[in-house]
Ligand binder design. Structure first.
Ligand SMILES: [Ca+2]
Ligand SMILES: [Ca+2]
Ligand SMILES: [Cu+2]
Length: 354
């Protein structure tokens, strides 16, 4: 496609007032350093990845937005459906009822190796009733929706005419244009004492000091955006991505020409948590940490942070946001010069022009 054609195509999309990009920000393409060598093994090694530009929801999908989807479609989330015992061999039958994992603060220090100390499978918990029966969304319309499993996020995205981001798209966006920074805003956690994300301060899981003012989820946009105008990328809620998990990143490309471009992990084979409960259920990558991430337990309120989550899992700290690829950004056709080893792709030059 010629440059002129690209620009002609791009113009209507970037014209003001296009509702398709309402509440979305434009994330330019480029080449970046993905991962981190300084924290957990699953974030290693740092390696270069090239990404085409896209639009991204400026904040995680809220309860109000998710409600509009459910009202329009009658959609029933995974947490609200009956469970098939075939998928949960050996499970306590009394727990095979619709429900979700709810965090419960403990009264004192507990063994941090056993997450059952603070996660409780709660019958009746769902996005509408985040703490289970008797709870509701009052006052939380602008909080991120939680208790959504992977297919719920995917169903919402399809309805909205959007997609879920791949892990590398998500991480590129969360970094906000900063190269290799620890946090979405730089290398210092709380510059001049200012809290820049909803995390956990104090001793997890029993002492929540709320230096950032929020015990659980927070309304979206309560903290400043990153360099691309994205709110709550790190902290608040973990966010589903479309990639299957693997326990480490690929190595840095040995030749600069072969930096992966828009990589996807679409095979579940390496994602299973062998030897652990739920080992037969594939895992997708969740990104960015949540309001439960604390220095003494889980330093994952960072763009590089990642975890594998079984696709049927829903909890009170996992949500998602969507992206839109396509018109407005040059998409590289398979077999075209730029899709393989060209100098332009290695420098990340395309994607900046739209
Ligand atoms: Ca907090
Ligand atoms: Ca987040
Ligand atoms: Cu965490």
């Amino acid at each position: 496609m010629s440059r002129a054609t690209r620009l002609a195509r791009a113009e209507p999309e970037t014209a003001p007032g296009r509702s398709v990009h309402k509440n979305m920000v434009r994330v330019p393409g480029g080449t970046f350093l993905m991962g981190s060598d300084d924290f957990y093994p699953e974030e290693r090694p740092v390696h270069r990845v090239s990404i085409d530009g896209f639009w991204m929801d400026e904040h995680p999908v809220t309860n109000a937005q998710f409600r509009r989807f459910v009202m329009a479609t009658g959609y029933v989330t995974v947490a609200e459906r009956p469970l098939d015992p075939v998928n949960y061999p050996g499970a306590d039958p009394s727990l095979l009822v619709p429900g979700s994992l709810v965090f419960r603060k403990t009264s004192g220090p507990v063994n941090l190796r056993d997450f059952r100390n603070w996660w409780t499978y709660t019958p009746g918990a769902s996005w509408r009733r985040p703490e289970g029966p008797g709870s509701n969304l009052g006052g939380r319309e602008r909080h991120p929706v939680v208790h959504v499993a992977y297919e719920d996020a995917e169903a919402y995205a399809r309805w909205a005419g959007k997609d879920l981001p791949t892990e590398s798209e998500w991480e590129f966006a969360a970094r906000g244009g900063l190269e290799g920074a620890t946090y979405a805003w730089g290398d210092e956690f709380a510059p001049k004492g200012k809290m820049l994300a909803n995390t956990w301060q104090g001793q997890f899981p029993w002492q929540n000091l709320k230096t950032d003012r929020y015990e659980g989820t927070s309304p979206v946009k309560a903290f400043p955006p990153n360099g691309y105008g994205l709110y709550d990328a790190t902290g608040n809620v973990w966010e589903w991505t479309s990639d299957y998990f693997s326990t480490r990143h690929p190595d840095e490309a040995t030749k600069p020409c072969c930096v992966p471009r828009n990589p996807r992990v679409d095979s579940p084979e390496r994602s299973y948590a062998v030897g652990q409960p739920g080992a037969h259920i594939p895992r997708k990558v969740i990104k960015g940490g949540s309001h439960l991430c604390a220095p003494n337990y889980c330093l994952r309120y960072r763009p590089a942070a990642r975890q594998g989550e079984t696709i049927d899992t829903s909890t009170s700290h996992i949500g998602f946001r969507c992206i839109t690829r396509g018109p407005g950004f040059p998409q590289i056709e398979p077999g075209s010069r730029l899709s393989s080893c060209s100098p332009a792709s290695s420098l990340g030059l395309e994607g900046h022009d739209a």
